[in-house]
Design a binder for this molecule. Structure first.
Ligand code: HEC
Ligand code: HEC
Ligand code: HEC
Ligand code: HEC
Length: 167
């Protein structure tokens, strides 16, 4: 009979510990948790209220008509301006339309190779190059190998070069 008291103590300790854990859990779990699913419901509203950074892809056309037209006719028509430059909000205030700051220009071959570097996992439909063979094959005398080398032959807003004889 006297041994039962050990069990009782252990049981009380377990119950007490459990209650304490539940109490702490109550403090730690945010109120909106599980409102919609296994996440904080308030997060949905927080994400929705973030300031808009990107504009519709046509947004640049209003002020850069010439480049827009050239770009729409070229093989980069599907590559958005903001993809190579930056979100419009860097450049123009999306609410007032006021000028904010210069739009960045990235002339580095790194930009082009982000999409055009030959990779086994890339779909074949995406034009890909191996830089060394590409440049030595296309240039009779290799252009200086600067970081901006792609722009010595391609223009970013209409990059396709017609295949010539002997290439
Ligand atoms: C409300 C008009 C307006 C819109 C919309 C606009 N721009 Fe511009 N942009 C300008 C003006 C004005 C300049 C010239 C600023 C200067 O030379 O300081 C300029 C200059 C630029 C430059 C050159 C920056 C430099 O350093 O020479 C780039 C690149 C550019 N814009 C890209 C874009 C892109 C991409 C978009 C769309 C995402 C866009 N712009 C939308 C007004 C606009
Ligand atoms: C594939 C990447 C790429 C895309 C897409 C792109 N640009 Fe550019 N843009 C560049 C690069 C690189 C330069 C610098 C070119 C140079 O100096 O030779 C540039 C230069 C510019 C300039 C400076 C003036 C000039 O003619 O060099 C403006 C303005 C501009 N881009 C606007 C736009 C707009 C508007 C769009 C969409 C219609 C667009 N760009 C799409 C890469 C891109
Ligand atoms: C965001 C991805 C992206 C970036 C960055 C990009 N391109 Fe492209 N480029 C494409 C896609 C996609 C196509 C094919 C479009 C199609 O077939 O409709 C293409 C097409 C081309 C073509 C034409 C290929 C052909 O034979 O039809 C050339 C050349 C080219 N890009 C060069 C460049 C150069 C140079 C740069 C850097 C200034 C660059 N690209 C940056 C995605 C990109
Ligand atoms: C010396 C000139 C030259 C330079 C530099 C150059 N290219 Fe090209 N590129 C060409 C020519 C010419 C073609 C079209 C004929 C061909 O593919 O043989 C071409 C075609 C392409 C194509 C289409 C290939 C395909 O299979 O459809 C892509 C993509 C491309 N270049 C990207 C780039 C990138 C990215 C750079 C910078 C790392 C670059 N080029 C540098 C001349 C050049």
């Amino acid at each position: 009979m006297r041994h039962n008291r050990h069990y009782l103590r252990a049981l009380l300790l377990l119950l007490g510990g459990g209650a304490l854990l539940l109490l702490i859990r109550g403090f730690l779990i945010p109120k909106s948790f599980n409102e919609y699913g296994f996440y904080r419901g308030d997060n949905v509203e927080e994400q929705m209220n973030k300031p808009t950074r990107f504009a519709a892809k046509e947004a640049c056309a209003a002020c850069h008509e010439d480049i827009w037209k050239k770009h729409q006719k070229g093989s980069h028509a599907k590559v958005q301006c903001q993809n190579c430059h930056a979100p419009l909000s860097v450049h123009v205030n999306l609410e007032t339309g006021d000028f904010v700051d210069k739009m960045p220009i990235n002339k580095s071959s790194k930009l082009c190779l982000r999409c055009h570097l030959q990779l086994p996992s890339r779909p074949k439909t995406q034009p890909q190059i191996d830089v060394e063979t590409h440049i030595s094959r296309t240039a009779p005398t290799a252009p200086p190998r600067s970081d901006e080398v792609c722009l010595t032959c391609h223009t970013p807003h209409d990059p396709k070069i017609k295949r010539q004889h002997g290439m």
